[in-house]
Structure formats: structure tokens, C-alpha cells
Design a protein around this ligand. Structure first.
Ligand code: P6P
Length: 358
């Protein structure tokens, strides 16, 4: 049992001395945790370990720039360039994209990359003639339209084993795999603190960046989403454009006095829901009839994290997100993701009010 002694300051107030570190609360860095967990991983060859560490390094570099976005000339829209999705690129988007690609290319632990910011896949040259078995997808800076107003943004990533002949270049088919084939997925949230949350299919763990030592340290071990919640996250501005079943469910949330929390940055909304419980909805709208969010590098990785933490993730037509067979790299989908009891509740409303055959 830790013993603490009281120290009395000059003005007579006493403050307890910090408890001596206990085995249960010693610092575990991301690197140490990944290496220790390698034995859990079916293809433990060190490549996946290397990939996760590369992403951690890129996240530290991106974090440094995000944290001073207001001070240097990298906020505001990049010179008119649009990304593969047609969204106007923010300069920090471009910076984050470049750093993730650079870190992954330097290690050569993956054979190809797909990014929201790039129309096509990016081949990665092998390093030391070592063929790689993995491909990585990411949204380098999700929610980047919030940068100028100092609202949290995030990086989302997914890792798959390649399907194509390892002696040749990667192909689009290496990326067009259902979310159930992800070998790892996660996100980095650049918020009041910077946290990296990931899963390799053996539960979910969170690591908070300690800037004083430049390490991501285990802060949220074996994260579990609450079975139910009191918050719903949806862009209420589109309410009148939603299908009947979505409007009926949103009315139900309001009748239940659930809190509406919507940040406009998916990683932030999902992280809050992972910790506090709740449901996030992005249904079909006139502007985005198939939904706005991207299947491969937004919905699939976040769905793997939430399912691994005990939650559920469906399209608003009640298809499990992770089972969807992708057809295009930048394919969009609708999503309802969060606490299992709330997703089940939504499911009942869709079955009751949907005009379309499910
Ligand atoms: P809307 C950010 O642009 C993003 O891709 C997600 O991070 C966010 O949840 C969503 O779009 C917000 O979209 O249409 O509500 O502004």
C-alpha cells in the first residue's frame, strides 16, 4: 500500500506528497505495449508492430503542428486544391497526409497506401528488399474544417493484409476488402490531450501523449463502451431532409431528454461515445444520398474499434458496416454507431417506419 506523508507549507496548509509509483500504475508506452501484444497476433512477424509504431511517430509529428496551427501559416485552405473527395483541402490536411506517407515509406513495412487526400493508391517501395504483406488506409486529418476554429480533429487508420501476389505491385483489390478483414484499426484524437486508440481484434486500448517525454502512454486499458447512453450525435440541421424513420428516432431521443452532442468532427464524436455511451448517426441526405462518410477509411476502422469495445455499427438500412463489400476506394455509406442498446433501439424504429424494403 503506498504511504504518503503530509508536507506543511509556509502558510500552514498541508498537501499530501505524491504516492510512490505502484506496479499497477507504472508507465507503459505504446511501443512497449505493441511489442508485448505481438504474441497475440496471428501473423506476429514484427511488420504490424512496425506499422503501428510508424503511425505513432507520424501522429506525434502531426500533433506538434496541429497544436500550433494558429501560429504558423498552415491553417486556412491549401492553395485551392481539392482532395479525392472533392473537399477543399486545408493546409494541415496536406501536411498530415505528407507526414503519414513519409513515415510509412521510410519503414517500408507496408506495400501500398490509400488516403482520403489521394485519388489512387500509392505504391510503397520495399526497404532492404523486404516484401511487405500489409496495406494501410487513412483519413489523415478528419474534421479539418474545424482547424481554424480550434475544434478537435483526428487521424483515422485501417490496416489490411494484401491479397495480391507479393512479388508484384499492390492492387486496388488489396484495399477493397470488407472491414472484417482489417488486422488493425484506430484513430488519433488531437484534442485537449492527444490520444491514440487502436485495436488488433483483441480489445481496445488508449494511449495519451505525454509531451514531456514524447511518448504515447497507456491511459485507457481495455476500453468498453457503455451498454446504453444519454447522448445522440447527428447534424440536426438536416432533420427535415432525413427519411421518416430517422426523424422518428431523433424525435424519440429528444422525448427521452437525451443530450444532443455533435462536434462536426467524427473522431471527437465517436471518442466521446466510446467513453460516455451514445449513438452517432449520419443518415442519407439530399446532398449525400448514400451518406457522407467514407466506408474504407472512416466507417470501417471506427466500426472495428466500437465493435471491439462492445458496441454496434450499422448502415441506416441495418447492414453491418464491417460486412459491406467495398466497390470503390472513396465509397460513401450511411452509419449508425455506438452503444448496443441505442443501436438496437434505432434498428426497431427503422424496421417500424422504413418505407423501403430492408
Ligand atoms: P456535416 C468532417 O468533414 C466529417 O467528415 C466528419 O468528421 C464529421 O462527422 C462530418 O463530416 C460532419 O459532416 O455534414 O455534419 O458537416
Amino acid at each position: 500500500m503506498a504511504t504518503t506523508t503530509k508536507k506543511t507549507s509556509a502558510n500552514g496548509t498541508s498537501t499530501p506528497a505524491p504516492a510512490a509509483p505502484q506496479p499497477g500504475n507504472r508507465i507503459v508506452t505504446l511501443d512497449e505495449f505493441i511489442i508485448r501484444s505481438e504474441k497475440d497476433f496471428e501473423y506476429a512477424t514484427g511488420e504490424l508492430t512496425g506499422l503501428l509504431r510508424d503511425i505513432g511517430v507520424a501522429a506525434k509529428i502531426i500533433n506538434r503542428e496541429v497544436n500550433k496551427a494558429g501560429l504558423v501559416n498552415i491553417i486556412g485552405v491549401a492553395d485551392g486544391s481539392d482532395n479525392a473527395s472533392g473537399d477543399t483541402q486545408q493546409k494541415l490536411d496536406v501536411y498530415a497526409n505528407d507526414k503519414l506517407i513519409e513515415c510509412l515509406q521510410n519503414s517500408g513495412e507496408c506495400c501500398a497506401i490509400a488516403s482520403e487526400e489521394n485519388e489512387d493508391i500509392i505504391q510503397v517501395a520495399s526497404v532492404n528488399n523486404k516484401a511487405s504483406n500489409y496495406v494501410v488506409l487513412f483519413d489523415p486529418l478528419d474534421g479539418s474544417s474545424n482547424i481554424d476554429v480550434n475544434v478537435s480533429v483526428g487521424t483515422i487508420f485501417a490496416i489490411y493484409r494484401r491479397k495480391s501476389d507479393p512479388s508484384g505491385p499492390a492492387t486496388r483489390e488489396d484495399f477493397l476488402q470488407p472491414g472484417t478483414r482489417q488486422v488493425a484499426a484506430g484513430y488519433v484524437l488531437y484534442g485537449t490531450s492527444t490520444i491514440l486508440v487502436y485495436t488488433t481484434g483483441h480489445g481496445v486500448n488508449g494511449f495519451t501523449l505525454d509531451p514531456s517525454i514524447g511518448e504515447f502512454c497507456l491511459s485507457h486499458r481495455n476500453m468498453r463502451i457503455p451498454d446504453n447512453g444519454q447522448f445522440y450525435a447527428v447534424n440536426q440541421g438536416y432533420y427535415s431532409k432525413f427519411d421518416l424513420e430517422m426523424r422518428r428516432y431523433i424525435d424519440h431521443c429528444s422525448d427521452q431528454n437525451y443530450g444532443l452532442r455533435y462536434i462536426g468532427s467524427m473522431v471527437s464524436d465517436i471518442h466521446r461515445i466510446l467513453i460516455q455511451g451514445g449513438i452517432f448517426l449520419y443518415p442519407s441526405t439530399r446532398k449525400y444520398p448514400k451518406g457522407k462518410l467514407r466506408l474504407l477509411y472512416e466507417c470501417n476502422p471506427l466500426s472495428m474499434v466500437i465493435e471491439q469495445a462492445g458496441g454496434k455499427s450499422l448502415t441506416t438500412q441495418l447492414k453491418r458496416i464491417l460486412d459491406m463489400e467495398p466497390r470503390e476506394l472513396h465509397q460513401r455509406c450511411t452509419i449508425a454507431i455506438g452503444s448496443p442498446r441505442m443501436v438496437d433501439e434505432l434498428n426497431a424504429f427503422v424496421e417500424r417506419y422504413s418505407a423501403l424494403p430492408l
